[in-house]
Design a protein around this ligand. Sequence first.
Ligand SMILES: C[S@@+](CC[C@H](N)C(=O)[O-])C[C@H]1O[C@@H](n2cnc3c(N)ncnc32)[C@H](O)[C@@H]1O
Length: 271
Amino acid sequence: MHGGVALTAYLVNESRARRPDLAADPLAAAWIPQGDRPGVKELWQEYADAVYPHDDLVVALRGRFIADVLGTALEADPDTVLVVCGAGFSSYPWLLPFPVALEVDLPGMAQAKQRRAAELAAAGTLPPRDVRHLAADLGSAADRDRVAAAVRELAAGRPVAYVVEGVLFYLPPDDALAVAALGAGFGGTAVTAVSYWPAAASGSTVLAGQRDWFRSRAIPPEASYLTNGELTSLLGRPLLDLGPEDLQRRYLGAVTVPESELIPEYVAVAR
Ligand SMILES: C[S@@+](CC[C@H](N)C(=O)[O-])C[C@H]1O[C@@H](n2cnc3c(N)ncnc32)[C@H](O)[C@@H]1O
């Protein structure tokens, strides 16, 4: 398992694997090899006991919403190219038939994902898809330029669906804004979906608990917060901006756990 911030990719993968129906991600459980899954489950339980027991709900809901948004974009234009920054062990390129996808993550994670994707494709668990893996530090302006150039070349004028899920808050504020806005340099973005923590929720007691747990696991606890207004002016379009209570209403018909007991993660969609 990779340590530091990459550890969070294992945690949220386990969250989706616990709720494959709600997440609409039947592939989630496959990403971690059988032998490593008990260790990931143990890590998840430790996190659940120390921070909050509902990460499966929050992560499954955000992923479900993003999958729906991507499905709509692909239906509107089957040539749409998918770009996922901070991809971790998410499954979108294999859940939806994008003609080509680019996944970006830190070098260790990008390598681990590429290796596992090849194994799963060879085993027939993943459908054959053209997925490129790019190692980049989204906190570096030079690397972001490299990502944008790679997307322009790959998309070659086709519309891009751009996803930044579960990563902006781990970047310093200026880098978080630059990553959210990166789609402007892709040469034609059909839809952008970013998840973020709103500044209004920065006093969340669940986030305070998470900071303590992160410190204990040597994950940097600093976080960036954004506002709807910042994202709206950055993306230049009105946003569909849904929080964990909105997403529960949308997919479960009612709020089962109030936002005050959850990581306050919002998903903003510009199209
Ligand atoms: C919480 S995980 C989310 C993964 C995936 N988007 C998901 O929702 O399952 C955060 C991911 O962001 C990646 N990440 C964190 N900081 C990064 C950086 N500076 N550059 C690139 N990727 C980064 C981590 O390696 C990890 O895969």
